[in-house]
Design a protein around this ligand. Structure first.
Ligand code: GDP
Ligand code: MG
Length: 276
């Protein structure tokens, strides 16, 4: 039985997936009680084939590929994988390994004392020289807008590095509706409404990540994300704000498997071979 699940969303990452698989394999060997799931989402390159070949040819029992089709975006891919999981701690991190895998140890350690732990690039000590000026500015403005519209205190809601206690994950992902990159802010908006405890850890962007082209458009996405923040406020207005002390029936209580019809997409899971 695995205690922690790590979900790694990927889409058209063929050029770097070989290196990612090497790093995740090493890390998965060192964490045999953790399960690692790559969630590919209708890649049009050979990313899923490379992942499945790697899993099938190796001896790891704790690495899987969930191949969704068609492409419906990172938010929906994560939602489906998270609601399908059964582990006590649910972590996700960008599948391009923008953040070194060692951050996951800190997320898991933090979850001993909090419902949710998020990576914050603002808390990283050294200045991140590997983020372009334009991207940094867009990020800062978006964060300001998030804080103004939601009243959230976090200086970085957007890092693709977050961990949840199982029941917190279920409560949040069942309620969430945003399908673009504003979904990260929505997760924290819902967490506050549910009265959950959120801790932050420093998130350092790996230097290799600077060479990578982002799927987030600097022009279109901020506008779309702004619209999503407004929409989210309206849609969740009926959700009563709970006092800051966690969700009822919390620890040790394994809720029944979610049947979230809003996440329907075809899915294929590649498991490691049974007798290896
Ligand atoms: N499953 C899935 N993953 C995605 C999708 N879009 C992006 N990703 C993955 O999500 C992670 C973050 O995306 P990226 O474009 O690097 O965003 P950025 O680093 O925040 O600029 C990467 O591992 C991507 O491969 C998608 O539509 N579906
Ligand atoms: Mg990235």
């Amino acid at each position: 039985m695995f205690s922690v699940v790590v979900i790694l969303p990927v889409h058209n990452e063929s050029w770097l997936i070989g290196s990612v698989l090497g790093q995740v394999t090493e890390y998965a060997h060192a964490h045999p009680q953790w399960r690692f799931i790559f969630v590919d989402d209708g890649s049009t390159d050979d990313t899923p084939r490379k992942i499945s070949d790697h899993i099938e040819s190796g001896s790891l029992r704790n690495m899987e590929l969930q191949a969704l089709n068609p492409n419906r975006g990172k938010a929906r891919a994560l939602k489906q994988a998270i609601l399908d999981s059964t582990e006590e701690f649910v972590l996700f991190t960008d599948g391009d390994l923008a953040y070194r895998l060692e951050h996951l140890d800190q997320l898991a350690a933090g979850l001993e004392h909090a419902d949710i732990v998020i990576g914050s690039r603002q808390l990283a000590e050294e200045r991140q020289t590997n983020i372009t000026f334009l991207r940094r500015m867009t990020g800062s403005i978006f964060n300001l807008v998030v804080r103004l519209l939601t009243g959230l205190p976090h200086k970085d809601t957007q890092a693709g590095l977050k961990g949840f206690q199982r029941n917190a994950a279920r409560a949040i992902f069942r309620a969430q509706v945003v399908t673009d990159f504003a979904f990260d802010a929505e997760l924290l908006f819902l967490a506050r409404k549910l009265g959950l405890v959120v801790h932050e850890i420093p998130a350092r962007v790996s230097s290799r990540h600077s060479y990578k082209k982002s799927k987030v458009s600097l022009l279109k996405d901020p506008l779309r994300m702004f619209a999503s923040l407004l929409r989210m406020r309206v849609l969740h207005r009926k959700l009563k704000r709970r006092p800051h002390r966690g969700i009822p029936g919390y620890s040790g209580n394994r809720p029944s498997h979610a049947d979230d019809s809003g996440t329907a997409a075809t899915s294929e899971t590649i498991h490691p071979k049974p007798n290896e």
